[in-house]
Design a protein around this ligand. Structure first.
Ligand SMILES: [Fe+2]
Ligand SMILES: [Fe+2]
Length: 173
C-alpha cells in the first residue's frame, strides 16, 4: 500500500525543486512522531494530500501545485526544534510560522493560498481554520499520514521514498 505512479508524477512535477533542496534533505536527519523522520512524515502527508485531490477530481495545475508545495513545506519549521522551542507545546504552536518562512525562502514567493494552508494546518490545536481548500486538504492529509505512521502503515514505503528522491536528484536506479 503506497503511492501509485500518478501520485508520484504529480509530486515530482510540482515539488521537484523543494525535494532536491538542502533544507528538505536535512529533514531526514530529524526524528518525528518517534518512529519516522520529519522528511518521511512530510512525504507521507504529500502522498495523502495528492490522493485526496485525485479522489475528488481536483486536477487543475494551480491547486495541485499549491497542495504539493504546502504539503512539502508544512513542517519544515520543526527543523532544529530542540534549539528553537522550549517544549513540545511550544513546538506544536509555533512551527507553522517558521514553516511559512522556510517556504518563502525556498520558493521566493508569497502565494497566499499556500501561506494560509501552512499557517493554519494545526487546527484544532491552534484555533484558526484554513481559508482555502488547499489548507483543508493539507490538514486532513496531515492527520491521516500521522495516524498511519503511528500504526506502522506509512503512506509511503522506504523503497518508494528512495526511488522518489533518486528521481529528483537525477540518480537512476
Ligand atoms: Fe505540523
Ligand atoms: Fe505534519
Amino acid at each position: 500500500m503506497g503511492m501509485n505512479k500518478d501520485v508520484r508524477d504529480i509530486i515530482i512535477k510540482y515539488g521537484k525543486d523543494i525535494l532536491a533542496s538542502e533544507a528538505f534533505r536535512d529533514t531526514f536527519s530529524q526524528t518525528h512522531h518517534y518512529s519516522s523522520t520529519v522528511g518521511d512524515h512530510t512525504l507521507g502527508v504529500t502522498v495523502e494530500a495528492v490522493k485526496i485531490c485525485l479522489r475528488h477530481c481536483i486536477t487543475d495545475d494551480e491547486t495541485l501545485c499549491n497542495v504539493v508545495s504546502a504539503s512539502l513545506c508544512h513542517d519544515l519549521g520543526i527543523m532544529g526544534r530542540d534549539e528553537k522551542f522550549r517544549n513540545n507545546v511550544q513546538c506544536l504552536m509555533r512551527h507553522p510560522a517558521d514553516s511559512v518562512e522556510a517556504y518563502k525562502k525556498l520558493r521566493g514567493e508569497d502565494n497566499v493560498r499556500v501561506l494560509d494552508s501552512i499557517r493554519n494546518h494545526m487546527f484544532p490545536l491552534r484555533l484558526r481554520l484554513p481559508k482555502y481548500k488547499e489548507g483543508w486538504i493539507l490538514m486532513i492529509a496531515d492527520k491521516l499520514a500521522s495516524a498511519r505512521e503511528k500504526t506502522d502503515h506509512p503512506s509511503i514505503t522506504e523503497a518508494e521514498r528512495d526511488e522518489l528522491l533518486a528521481a529528483v536528484n537525477g540518480i537512476s536506479c
